[in-house]
Design a protein around this ligand. Sequence first.
Ligand code: FNR
Length: 359
Amino acid sequence: CAEMAMVCLTDFEEYAKEHLSKATWDYYAAGADECCTRDDNLLAYKRIRLRPRILRDVSVSDTRTTVQGTEISFPVGIAPTAFHCLAWHEGETATARATEALNICYITSTYSTCSVEEIVAAAPNGYRWFQLYVYRDRKLSEQLVHRVEGLGYKALVLTVDVPYTGKRRNDIRNQFKLPPHLKVKNFEGVFQETTVPEEYGIPANTLDPSISWKDVYWLQSITRLPVIIKGILTKEDAELAVEHGVQGIIVSNHGGRQLDGGPASIDALADIVDTVQGRIEVYVDGGIRTGSDVLKALALGARCVFIGRPAVWGLAYKGEEGVREVLQILNDEFRLSMALSGCRNVAEINRNLIQFSKL
Ligand code: FNR
């Protein structure tokens, strides 16, 4: 069965669903409440139609681009997702090696099951950003920031859509938590005597629901790294982000795991891009499953997209090799979609590719 040919990303999804425990599968797949937003993330891409151009000599195509001034081989990165050891025994070290090999950006989740030191040691030359939450105990956030700065992480991704964890029904039914042999490694030794109630293996109430825009200034005051805000869905907040001097925005609804009823992330993108007007880079995640999805996101103004669940499916399939396969398939599909729509390089991808009358 491991020998079956993987053709598209949903092949990895099927494999993961068959081979992971039910509780783990449910955790990865979860959306909030009725999963409307989670499902719309995918459906929204399928509503968009393209306007392909022809006879443009697409014999040579170049998928390279830059994010925050650094060259990557194609405009897809790995979104931060927690607990990679649940999917594959080597966990985040496998993800790190795969992304290093393909020269793309890997956003490490705060809730990794390998420590940031182990991740960097596994793939010393990888291009990485670190995803951060703001803890009630600001010292904890500050220590993490200084640790990842020292390790060569190139940006901080502040996730702002989790003042509280969304209500994911199956996780409640399964009473999901990390199995005892796995740890949130970055916090080892930090929360020692935890008799407090836990949420996903992390002491509950560690995240600070009182965070506000002034904490963005606070974060900037303790770091020299670029700050990127993840979880913006409106032009108003995008404008505030620019005014607060951040270097990037990830348009995201957390894979539909937080507020159910919010927009599909791709539907929120264009307005935000129009407001930002190139002052900072805008990225998007949520629901990207094919190369033409990547093309559509770039045509609507994203600099780069990030994938969450598909990377975890790749891990569940074959660890590092599985993540590489997922990325390679997406790269091949993206290159083909570019060529079939008449684009020779990423700079040629623009709004003229989108058939707005169909939206
Ligand atoms: C996430 N996501 C997430 N985001 C974040 O900032 N920190 C985190 O620790 C996690 N953890 C996490 C776990 C799992 C299992 C999932 C599915 C998602 C959200 C993630 O970064 C991203 O926004 C979505 O996964 C993108 O949607 P797709 O690609 O999964 O459809």
